[in-house]
Design a protein around this ligand. Structure first.
Ligand SMILES: C[S@@+](CC[C@H](N)C(=O)[O-])C[C@H]1O[C@@H](n2cnc3c(N)ncnc32)[C@H](O)[C@@H]1O
Length: 320
């Protein structure tokens, strides 16, 4: 169930321009420390995942042996120019999202993130992932009153969010739901297409979210699931403008991402928040950004913001 936190602090002290934040940033900018942190973050993540039944290395091997690499040419859009903010090291990968290693590990990393949300409850990773997705879908069901037929999942990565969202809407109706997954990494999309074994998703589209090339007024619902914390503020604004163009009048934008007001996020242990900041370079901008205001500046209705789980918030708004 969604919960409203009674919390007056609007962001963690480790993000932004305060002293603690500056100290952490200095640590991260110190190259030998940064590279040690990256290594450690990676090792801890893999170890914890495997201890919890996520077959991290096995999942990579299976993909390595599949025909995924042949899909890259089919999917990659040769006209794409990658923006600078996207070509920086990310999640401990020096090539960010633009490499096979990031794409092969993305599903396991996504399952691990689910486990972190309810650490006290001893959930299996499958149950945690279902709960993470359902907490978002439940809110969509609650706040979206019109029919949802055409969906765009922006920043779909390897398609876990896209498939779950598609199935949520498809199981409610007989008419076919048309869902498109869009991402800037052709490696992620090649894996997404491989994992979409029954071809449930209409298109896995390689495009930049700021300038998708898709037709105007074509979607009822556009989601950004765990994407914005990976972006600087300027492209986030541009993506909101593009989403406005793509939505039909009355259509909805829904995003779910880290909740700056979450007590769990605000009270992360120093090692964890330093690691987080060291592997996600746009964190500071994200935690300082007023997303609701930015949506309204583009013309969206006054957004509804709900703490959809202990770490994340869901924001829903409408193109009037
Ligand atoms: C954390 S992943 C999203 C995970 C996925 N939506 C889920 O919920 O499991 C963020 C994704 O956003 C994509 N991305 C980042 N900037 C983008 C942009 N400007 N246009 C399109 N995709 C972008 C990245 O390539 C990455 O795959």
């Amino acid at each position: 169930m969604a919960r409203h936190f009674m919390n007056t602090k609007i962001k963690p002290n480790w993000a932004g321009v305060g002293l603690l934040s500056q100290f952490v940033n200095l640590l991260i900018q110190t190259k030998p420390i940064y590279s040690l942190m990256k290594q450690q973050a990676r090792q801890v993540m893999i170890k914890t995942a495997e201890k919890n039944g996520i077959s991290w290395r096995k999942n990579c091997e299976i993909l390595e042996q599949s025909d995924v690499k042949q899909r890259l040419m089919e999917i990659a859009n040769p006209d794409i120019t990658y923006p600078d903010y996207y070509q920086v090291p990310f999640h401990a990968y020096s090539e960010g999202n633009l490499c096979w290693q990031a794409a092969f590990e993305a599903a396991s990393a996504t399952y691990s993130i689910g486990l972190r949300v309810w650490p006290q409850e001893n959930l299996t990773w499958e149950a945690a992932q279902n709960r993470l997705r359902s907490s978002f879908h439940q809110l969509l069901g609650q706040y979206i009153s019109s029919k949802v037929q055409d969906i765009l999942d922006i920043g779909c990565s390897v398609g876990i969010s896209t498939l779950a969202l598609h199935r949520f809407y498809q199981q409610q109706q007989e008419d076919p739901v048309r869902t498109v997954g869009l991402d800037l990494s052709p490696y992620m999309l090649a894996v997404a297409k491989t994992l979409d074994v029954d071809g449930e998703i209409s298109e896995w589209l390689h495009a930049q979210a700021e300038n998708t090339g898709l037709p105007s007024n074509a979607f009822d619902l556009i989601t950004l699931q765990f994407v914005i914390h990976e972006l600087p503020n300027a492209p986030t604004r541009e993506i909101f403008i593009e989403i406005w163009r793509l939505l039909r009048p009355g259509g909805y934008i829904a995003l779910v991402d880290n909740n700056p007001k979450s007590p769990v996020i605000q009270n992360l242990p120093p090692v964890l928040f330093t690691l987080m900041k060291s592997t996600e370079p746009w964190s500071d901008e994200y935690y300082m950004f007023d997303l609701e205001k930015a949506l309204q500046e583009v013309g969206f209705s006054e957004p509804v913001t709900i703490a959809s789980d202990p770490r994340h918030r869901t924001i829903i708004s409408r193109k009037l």
